[in-house]
Design a protein around this ligand. Structure first.
Ligand code: F6P
Length: 320
């Protein structure tokens, strides 16, 4: 392949820029031309592409967000929209597209490949860590560290006031942000969608530890379970503990990517270009046991959930 394109789609994630940089620089190193697509699939449908140079991606490895911007494109959900995108790509003589994003973006990439014959490679970029074929997605590590820093701040004030903090974190239907941040932050309780919450038991534990003189705790709630306010309502009638809720929201999506995310993004970007260069297409790249891997794009979307129950148990045992 001589000409490829790269786009970011869906919710942004810290490390997307590091991945764009990797795709652009490695493609140029391999003698390819690379086009940046503006605002995800929108840019394909509306013919908004620009040729990237090595310098186009200078000074971005440390920046959150995405210089290419991102969007959710309704038009692209239709076959006409996808055909228009394919036509634009043909017009520019672009032979392959690297799509950086989450499962919605992967579905878009799969449709472009299946319905229009456009060769694609998916790179997992989402804070949610909910693409099950890969151990980690780009942005997850940074988001967990952002949550950790919030936990540290909240711990200080909650301890001073003998309060229990209920913190709502993102992740869609995946509990990984809550589980990893909870374990690393020493949180007392983690509510994740993969495990049915038992509010009676939770209230009982809170009352017990309160009686023993432990007057401050942190409960992390993954958004897939419900809101922090919902959890507070459920617990309030069952305990006389004083709660405060915090919704971290989009703070988790921004910020300077961690070393882990920058390195992961760089490795996956290189792998994506390597596959296109070899004509191996319609794959999703990822990481398993620190090895860069690639799997069929459709299999990537149907891979079984790999929530780490043993790590969740460790987190619970250590928080008792
Ligand atoms: O998929 C990333 C994510 O941040 C989820 O954790 C969250 O549920 C969703 O996107 C929020 O989407 P939006 O930015 O459209 O509010």
């Amino acid at each position: 392949m001589r000409r490829i394109a790269v786009l970011t789609s869906g919710g942004d994630a810290p490390g997307m820029n590091a991945c764009i940089r990797s795709v652009v620089r490695y493609a140029i190193y391999c003698g390819m031309s690379v086009y940046g697509v503006d605002r995800g699939f929108n840019g394909l449908v509306n013919d908004n592409l620009q040729l990237m140079e090595r310098r186009s991606v200078s000074d971005i490895i440390q920046r959150g967000g995405t210089i290419l911007k991102t969007a959710r494109c309704m038009e692209f959900l239709t076959e006409e929209g996808q055909k228009e995108a394919a036509r634009v790509l043909r017009e520019h003589d672009i032979q392959g597209v690297v799509v950086i994003g989450g499962d919605g973006s992967f579905r878009g990439a799969r449709d472009l490949a299946q319905n229009c014959g456009v060769p694609v490679i998916g790179v997992p970029g989402t804070i949610d860590n909910d693409l099950n074929y890969t151990d980690y997605t780009i942005g997850f590590d940074t988001a967990v560290n952002t949550v950790l820093s919030a936990i540290n701040n909240l711990r200080d004030t909650m301890t001073s006031h003998d309060r229990v903090s209920i913190i709502e974190v993102m992740g869609r239907n995946c509990g990984d942000i809550a589980m990893y941040a909870g374990l690393a932050g020493g949180c007392e309780y983690m509510l994740v969608p993969e495990v049915e919450p038992d509010y009676q038991a939770l209230a009982h534990k809170l009352n017990q530890s309160n009686r023993k003189g432990k007057t401050s705790d942190i409960i992390l709630v993954a958004e897939g379970v419900g809101t922090a306010d919902m959890v507070k309502e459920k617990l309030e009638g069952l305990t006389d503990v004083s709660f405060r809720t915090t919704v971290l929201g989009h703070i988790q999506r921004g910020g300077m990517p961690t070393m882990q995310d920058r390195v992961l993004a760089s490795r996956l970007g290189v792998k994506a270009v390597d596959l296109l260069k070899k004509g191996i297409v319609n794959r999703a790249v990822g990481i398993r046991q620190n090895e860069v891997i690639d799997v069929d794009l459709t299999d990537a979307l149907t891979a079984e959930k790999n929530f780490d129950y043993s790590l969740y148990n460790v987190a619970n045992v250590l928080s008792l």
